[in-house]
Every structure is written in structure tokens, then in C-alpha cells.
Design a binder for this molecule. Sequence first.
Ligand SMILES: Cc1ncc(COP(=O)(O)O)c(C=O)c1O
Length: 370
Amino acid sequence: MKIQVPDNIASIVPYPPGKPLEELEREYGVSNSIKMASNENPWGPSPKAIEAIREALTNLHRYPDGSGYYLVHALAEKLGFTAAEIVLGNGSNEIIEMLVKAYVQNGDEVITSHPSFLMYQKIVQVRGGVNIVIPLLVMHHDLATILSVITAKTRLIFLDNPNNPTGCPIKLTDLYSFLSAVPESVLVVLDEAYVDFMDNELQPDVFSLIRNSKGRCGVVSLRTFSKAYGLAGLRIGYGLMPSEVAGNLHRVRQPFNVNQLAQVGALAALADEDFYQQTLQRTRQGLNYLQTEVAKLGCKSYPAQTNFFLVDVGGDATVLYEAMLHKGVIIRSMKPYGYTDMVRITVGSAEENQRCLAALSACLLELAYV
Ligand SMILES: Cc1ncc(COP(=O)(O)O)c(C=O)c1O
């Protein structure tokens, strides 16, 4: 084969896929392993979503509704937007891809933070765009520096709020003054994958920001059903945005980008307020419990407005991650992100949290970290 791949593609490091639990168990000789690494909902999908999906199975010989009519209208009603301001995606990930496809050409600049969600930069690279990467400042987006690097070539700014992996939100006053200083020619994408877990008073008023874009930069909010709604395996997310931006995303998206089961599952999950509220309450309880207990083990943990948090384990994080794997507990090492002594732990069920703490306690002693 002699076909050439362009340099911008050849230099991409593929997103590191996790191994199936069964494979890990075989490799490490453990059983009953638990995954607290991908910020998923440990209480499963809403039973109402499962029921809706079951009922929809007999219709799989048909293409899905390419407009996602019922889900888009349910979201519009719940959130106060019009259907023309909502775009569905195969995960919110796909909406990141649509935004870059629609707005970034060879040589255009996109500003992101490091560390933050890995996919922004990869997708920009696919498109031949230029990544301008600004390090976080004490775990928060460095908005002043981001403003200072905007040029005539800047098209998009991605801000995950709260940030993944730090769990830190942007202070509202800082966000609002930042947005009023960004030029109209730039689109600011607030990736709100974890917004459900934030305290209400810390959540930005994205409705006003999106509706009042006259004379200022456009704002897009990305949301997902993968976290609080427990539907990560279905792949469904959405974006809220000015209708003009939505119109451009419809130009570049696949006609049937969101599958039928994802649409009916998300619609049912959206209506299951009890399950959603219970998830938020259990997540908060679990986070408090884990943070209190981790402190008793002698580790510093960081406050988070998410269903995950960072822990400074006082030694090489990847070595600790490996030791935890041998005990059947999967967490994330933050060493590849530059936080050499930190791990990221996703809140699990009560039983998973206890198992994680027992494993952490044993590993810290074995490795003489505390
Ligand atoms: C900040 C952030 N944005 C987006 C996503 C992607 O979510 P989705 O499952 O909707 O593609 C994630 C997933 O972990 C994330 O952490």
C-alpha cells in the first residue's frame, strides 16, 4: 500500500480506549472488579429508559427520525429554548466535531485549556486547525491568558465547565466579564457535560448568554445524557446554541446521526425526574463520603462540582493506579496530564466507594506513600 496519510492525521495520538472489564480481570487475575474511571452513573440507566428502549426494539428495521423531533421538542419545552436552537449528537462528542467541521478550516485557531477534555484538540487537528493550548491556572481556566491569545484567526474557544479532570467550575462573574470581552467573530463553547452536578448558584445562565448574543460573541452549551442520566452506552448528547449556529451544524451532520434507541431512551430518561434527582443526591453523598474518608487516609483531595474528584496520593499516580488494578479497582492516573501524584476517582455506588477506599488504603500502605 502506498497511500499517504496527511501529517496532521499521522501525528494524532488516538484516544486511549479502556479495556473491557473481563479482559482486565483475566490479565490481573482478579474478579468482581469495579470501574470508577469514566465518570459514568453507577446506578445504571433509569428503569423508564430501559422500558422505552425495550418497546422500541421491534422498530429497528426503520431508520431513526433524523430530526429527533420528540426529544428536541421535549428538551425545548423543559429548557425554554426553541427546537431551532437545539442540535442532537451521537454523544456531546459529536457536537464538538460538528462545531469544528462547520467553523474551522486549515490554519484557523482554536483555543483550549490543558488539561481539559482530550477530544477538542484531536478534532481540531483532524481538520487541519491550529490548537492554541493554555495551561490551567491553579486548576481553573486561565481566562485572562485565553483572552490575550485571541487573534483574527481564532474561531472557537472550548471551556469545559466544570473542567475535566479538575472538577473546578468557572466563577460566574469571571465568565460573564470574559464573554463580554471576546470578539463577535469567535464562538465560545461551554462544555457542560457535568452541569447537572453543579450547585445551582454556580451554573451559568446559558439561556440569556445564548439569546443575547447580539453585539457580542456567540455562546454554545454542550450537554450530555452520558453522566447524570446514565446513558453513556447509548451515545447521546445535545447542544444549545443560537439558531444560526444550529443551522450550520445541520449542514455538516450525518442525516441519521442519533440512533433510534438513543432517542427513545433519552426521552424517557428526561421525564424520569425521580431517578435524576436521586442520582444527584447519591452522587453528592458519595462525593462527601469519599472525600472525608480519603482525608482520613492522609491524602489531600480537591473540591469538585462533578461526579469525580482529584486526589493527591503523595507518590507516583500511575504506580498507584496499577496497584489498584491488581485489587480490581479501576481509577484514572493523572500523570499523563502532568499531575504526577494525582488520581481521578469517579463516585460509585455505596458499595463501590467502600471497596475503592479499602483498596486505596491497602495500596497507600504497600507503596509507603503515606
Ligand atoms: C468534559 C467532557 N465533555 C464531553 C464529554 C463527552 O461526553 P459524551 O459521552 O456526551 O460524548 C466528556 C466525557 O467524559 C467530558 O468529560
